[in-house]
Design a protein around this ligand. Sequence first.
Ligand SMILES: Nc1ncnc2c1ncn2[C@@H]1O[C@H](COP(=O)(O)OP(=O)(O)OP(=O)(O)O)[C@@H](O)[C@H]1O
Ligand SMILES: [Mg+2]
Length: 493
Amino acid sequence: MSSKADKSLEKKCIRSFTEYCKKFGYKPFARQKEFHDSRAKYRLFGGAAGPGKTKALLYDAIYQAHLHPGVDTLLLRRTFPELESSLITYFRRDVPRDLYEKYNEAKHIVTWLNGSTTRFAYCDTETDVYRYQGAEYLFIGVDELTHFTLKQWQFLTSRNRCRIKGAKPCMAGATNPGNIGHAWVKALWVDRAPAPGMDRPDQYDAGDYEFIHATIADNPYFAKDDEYKKTLGQLPEALRRAFLDGEWDVYAGQYFDIFSAARHTIRAEQVQLEPWTPRWISIDWGFEHPSAVYWFATRADGVVVTYREFVQNRLSPRMLAAAIAERSVDRLGRMERIRDVFLSPDAFAQRTADASIAEQLSDGLSAAGLPRAVPADNDRVGGWMLMYQALEADHWLIAENCTRLIENLPTLTRDPANVEDTLKCDGDDPADSARYGLKSALEPGRAPAEVLAAERITAVDPTSRAIWLKKFSAEESRRVAPVVPRRWRPQGW
Ligand SMILES: Nc1ncnc2c1ncn2[C@@H]1O[C@H](COP(=O)(O)OP(=O)(O)OP(=O)(O)O)[C@@H](O)[C@H]1O
Ligand SMILES: [Mg+2]
């Protein structure tokens, strides 16, 4: 670019935040202004639902893009539909057309009059973040930051740089408390401490971080909206405190404080199970509340993988059985060899007709060639403990497509009345189902049959290993088969 062009773009930059607000017709609320004024390298606008976090993040990106000519800024959300319904919608609705050069619909990139850009982007899977490798951004804003992992945030910090003299690269997040990133976000900004899972905790500098806490009262429109406040007021306790007051301690006493998406999740394409890999299913039955179904397998190295999820409400037992059967096929369309189906014990007591929910569901499953359901082990304390131990020992991985479970685990809190148990709350069906699946199939303190088999089998060629593994697993599972009342025993036990 010629220096003449440089100069003309330079002239289109904006010198002060006041001038910027005037030009863009943006009137930040007091708490938004506090967020924009902060000079911290990493800012977090966190708290309740509705104080104007997303809007402030968008206007911060636009402001940063106008400080220097030809710089790039990036705004992220976890999925494209979320991105489109929030940041992109606000941009289209609120930014006058004459204030930007062009908007590339396919790439979702706005080019401003001074040659700078703002890119709207998303990261569906954890590794999508690497799409931005090679790029450099003066500003990176992440909306709903707790939907992201620490690993993603850390990678993005490496893209936050600018070659222009005097430019000050910075990043910001906007978020409600809760979700998979709750623990690391809270640690860095709220507790001002290194986050669990950080490679170099000694490198953490609290001075780089500033937390701007917002409640519903910070948006004057919502503060006066009694109907909206009433709706939030009717939410379950933890959500109400998080969304109405923006409280970060509602998830204090987080049960799975050890859970890290980076460490405990795996991409669906990496799961790679052999046809003979032992598999089983867990079901937490629900009608108004969703039924949560998980598929499990033990890999040859002994690691249990939860590889498929199905969560849906208002399905009859027979419809649920059909939905499970339809999904119990491998990539080649072959029926998977499911060894057991563990179902929430209450489904054996509940009846909608002459038959119990469990009987109706089992009839549907067996008609489709799957085992009949047996009552899951409902030892809550033992089950949570087993899950914790499995995560701690890296014996349990969850495929990234099990999104509801991955979101649910970090939000479970200890029950103050019984700290060994978790507090029951709406929306914990995925975790309950996973607990049934692990607790019913694995014995606490004892490795699953397949782990023992994998340890004892010395053959290295895959065919011999498979034959030995099958033989050993069959012997072991006969030896340690869970004790199930005779009338519930499926055929062949
Ligand atoms: N400064 C402002 N002036 C006028 N309207 C605003 C302002 N800031 C936010 N709003 C409006 O208030 C509403 C809520 O804002 P926004 O979506 O940014 O809040 P949020 O904190 O991100 O909410 P959530 O927690 O639901 O994501 C939106 O309709 C937005 O356009
Ligand atoms: Mg928002």
